[in-house]
Ligand binder design. Structure first.
Ligand code: FAD
Length: 456
């Protein structure tokens, strides 16, 4: 009998418990991906993620074809489409990785209801999208951890499930029709240097990272120009790399970088368990904070300058331009651009989160919204009023100015750390550079923030 595997944020054949369970229980499976109208209607699928997704679906199809199968793609309401495939194949069960967002929860509930009416089971698998399922470790008397350090301790003790081997053979019933697979070339507005998507590319990135990148991670992860982080975030977002496998292979590789890298994967799970417990944190403050952010209208010009990378603060502008060009930004850049928008310009974190959502290939609700809230001081940071000074940060994390020189070519002729403070040039020297003056004085921004938060 047939079983269906509904792929969502788990676009891989390696370490895929739902696929393995379906194959163990059935003669044939339908690996199904639904281009869900419920998601497209929200505007969530921005061009960079659409393009990366197209790569992922093509590669998943190839991975399945190598094993004798193929991917079935449909478009429409996800529950209606699954129900149609159940009726077409008389499937006994649908296997699905559990999700954490409010949308994913509703999808599970709706599927359960509809499938019950069709006499078909829904089998939901944990620890596919995250290493440790939300709710698996909790503090006494609470449904989630609000502080990372104790979460990390419990997370480490909890351990991970065993990695599941990729199947050798996948049999898909001939009669099940599929739409054509989408292609990256059909998506417009994609960042010029967007990474390649798909399980093969993701696994190659993971292998290369474990072989030669991870050793420098502990010391170099904040070095903006060094660019030594794994760049696995899009693979983890689309599930082309399994977080469980990444943790186990990193630990097996060992060395000083391994635990530092695994700790970052725990951060990913941490935000997922916060969102699972508090789905409203996708749009409402996690921690109540009486912020009266400047209105978008009043700050419109400054917001636009921030988006375009024209604030006059070179490190902020470099990071914002990297985002536009690659659909990805270094974590240190994300921290300081988010801080600049929320605390220096005093603009609502939701404005920034929306822009990141529009461009980031790895953007997901848990990591994007909750990291924005962390930096804005409305989230889980235990020091909600910390303000990162972009000049101090630039001198620390881009000491020679190489990162700024890469992304802000107008200033490339400035040598060393002088590139971080072009406003210090005078007269003709300053006029030689076609680069804006700072939007505001940092001390004015800080004073406004302190006043607003009642800290002065
Ligand atoms: P590495 O340093 O190699 O880390 C390995 C993996 O750990 C990452 O791929 C990621 O999955 C996870 N990770 C690392 N740092 C964090 C973190 N702070 N929170 C959660 N997971 C983390 N990450 C996203 O995946 N999607 C987002 O939408 C996102 N938005 C962010 C917005 C802001 C304002 C900030 C400050 C951070 C955001 N991050 C987000 C977290 C982090 O910046 C990225 O995960 C990281 O830069 C990705 O690069 P990497 O894969 O090379 O990371």
């Amino acid at each position: 009998r047939v079983r269906i595997v509904l792929f969502t944020s788990d676009l891989r054949v390696h370490d895929h418990p739902p696929l393995r369970a379906a194959l163990n229980a059935a003669d044939a499976v339908v690996p199904l991906f639904v281009r869900d109208r419920g998601i497209t209607a929200t505007g969530f699928p921005a061009p960079n993620r659409e393009a990366f997704l197209a790569d992922c679906l093509r590669d998943l199809d190839e991975g399945l074809r190598e094993r004798g199968g193929r991917l079935v793609v449909r478009s429409g309401d996800v529950v209606d489409e699954v129900a149609k495939v159940v009726s077409e194949t008389d499937a006994r069960a649908v296997h699905l990785a559990s999700g954490v967002s409010a949308y994913a929860r509703r999808r599970e509930d709706r599927l359960r209801d509809v499938l019950e009416g069709l006499g078909c089971d829904l089998v939901v698998h944990d620890a596919v999208v995250t290493c440790v399922p939300p709710g698996a470790v909790t503090p006494a008397g609470r449904d989630h951890f609000a502080v990372f350090t104790p979460y990390h301790r419990h997370w480490s003790q909890h351990g991970t499930r065993a990695v599941v081997r990729a199947p050798q053979t996948v049999t898909v019933p001939d009669a099940v029709g599929s739409e054509d697979l989408p292609a990256r070339e059909d998506v417009s507005g994609v960042s010029p240097a967007l990474a390649e998507g798909g399980e093969r590319a993701g696994r190659a990135r993971l292998t290369a990272w474990l072989r030669s990148g991870i050793a420098g991670y502990e010391d170099g992860h904040d070095d903006l120009a060094g660019d030594v982080t794994s760049r696995l975030s899009p693979d983890l977002h689309f599930g082309t790399v399994s977080p469980v496998e990444a943790v186990q292979r990193a630990r097996a590789a060992g060395g000083p970088g391994a635990e530092a890298f695994v700790r970052q994967l725990a951060w990913r799970d941490f935000h997922h368990q916060v969102l699972a417990a508090r789905p409203d944190a996708a749009h409402d403050n996690y921690r109540s904070q009486d912020d009266r952010w400047r209105s978008e209208q009043a700050a419109a010009q400054e917001i636009e300058a921030w988006r375009q990378g024209l604030t006059g603060y070179p490190i902020v502008d470099a990071a914002m331009r990297q985002l536009r060009h690659e659909g990805w930004m270094h974590n240190r850049g994300r921290l300081l651009t988010a801080c600049f928008l929320t605390k220096t310009l005093y603009v609502d974190w939701r404005v920034g989160a929306r822009h990141f959502m529009d461009l980031l290939v790895d953007a997901d609700v848990a990591n994007n919204q909750l990291n924005w809230q962390w930096m804005a001081g409305t989230g889980t940071d235990s020091r909600p009023n910390r303000v990162l000074n972009p000049v101090t940060q630039a001198k620390r994390y881009d000491p020679d100015g190489a990162y700024v020189r890469r992304w802000v070519p107008e200033l490339a002729e400035l040598s060393g750390a002088a590139i971080h403070e072009p406003w210090k040039l005078t007269g003709l020297d300053r006029a030689a550079f076609d680069y804006p003056d700072p939007l505001l004085d940092l001390s004015d921004g800080l004073a406004r923030f302190k006043r607003a938060r009642g800290l002065d």
